[in-house]
Design a protein around this ligand. Sequence first.
Ligand code: UD1
Ligand code: UDP
Length: 440
Amino acid sequence: MKIATILGTRPEIIKMAPIIDEISKRDIDQIVLHTGQHYDEEMSDNFFRDLEIPTPDYNIHVGSGTHGKQTGLMMKGIEEVLLEEKPDIVLVQGDTNAVLAGALVASKLHIAIGHVEAGLRSFDMTMPEEVNRRAADVTSTMYFIPTEESAINLLAEGFSRKNMFITGNTVVDACFRHLEIAQKRGFEEESLRNLDIDNMDNILTLTMHRAENVDIKERVINIIDALKELSDMNIIFPIHPRTKHTLENFGLFDELNDLEHVHIVKPIGYLDFLLLTSKSTLILTDSGGLQEEAITLNVPALTLRYNTERPETVTAGGNILVGSDKDAILENARKILTDEEFAEKMKNAPNPYGRGDSAKSTVDAIEQYYEAGLLDIKAPEEVMSSFTRKMTTITEDITVKDFEEKENALIHMVFDGDKMRFPKDELNIKGMMITYDSRE
Ligand code: UD1
Ligand code: UDP
């Protein structure tokens, strides 16, 4: 079997590293293709180093550009590689333009696609990420889904449960493994060593890069106004290149940089960043990955967004959405700093993203599909038997799997009272209302 992994940005490198590592331990060929969307050393190369994964086999160096140009160039480059390498499955991760390009190209070449971190939804179609993740889900063969909640998003859109694997998120694998290494090693980055973070209190780690925040001057001003008033905190801000450019263009960079309690540093390596996160009192971010890492490392998070495709972090109690609202940022940050009970509750929020064995479950599932011939994407050769969509309430003691076998059916949705459940094989559905496809 041959697996091709496509990645292009910092979070994809981090979240695919555990899977690349897991594949390399097994008797499987693999190639890694970097689109080159992120190219600065501190946004790309340093992560291959810190996460101890080999340099990609291909880099198509698309660089920065408009969405159309960047995605188009990626598609051209990816197609050339896939035609040459002929993998059995292509893995894409998350919601970047690499995911869109990789999924579109592979689906047209009839190569199976595995979407890692499938099913997330912000329901905000103005976000490029929402478009990308939805397009990838439409074209995928296998879905590696972090939580039951995300799996339910897919069911609600009509996807078949058969190809869904609730695996947790590989960020937990990366976090657990590398935090320990980072703790033994200590800070390496000079800018962090100079700040003497180990002896610092009240650390607020800030990251932001979302177009809908940093490209809108009014939002940036609101956030900066809140930061100015948080002078009792030590704000460490590893600045994303996009944000550096926009702050400079808006003429706001120096104003922020001049604040004594704000320390702007270059984007930092994964080990240093994990260590910094783990020592933080509070994370203020609009990053997707960081919302997940904060709850994994028991650090309260305030998310600079009005919606999130990671609602589990909010319902679990570890994350609060504050948008770019100055008052909401200040009120919640102060509460975390001064109200011990409130802060403890946030810290102790249960982690919805699994135990750190997500890469193993993902590669196990791919091997099973390969062995069962389910990665061969062929036009159907059988005349399609008719199937009807039905709904019923189950009165007998029966599991999902047994019902499906007995009725030659595929269960779609399950309602336990007014709550939708994911139809796991072993779920006893007595007393529940189900919808299902019935094959005659
Ligand atoms: C991209 C992803 C986003 C992800 C983020 C992770 C898309 C649509 N966006 O956003 O989902 O959360 O990566 O960080 O795929 N730049 C550099 N050096 C680099 C990379 C970028 O200077 O190595 C600058 C360029 O000016 C570029 C800007 O940052 O125009 C934005 O980069 P881009 O990759 O287009 O989007 P991100 O904001 O990084
Ligand atoms: N990260 C890092 N160094 C930094 C900032 C972030 O290593 O200076 C890591 C962080 O731990 C997380 C990931 O980068 O795993 C998040 O990437 P980003 O915020 O760029 O993208 P998103 O997750 O929002 O797509």
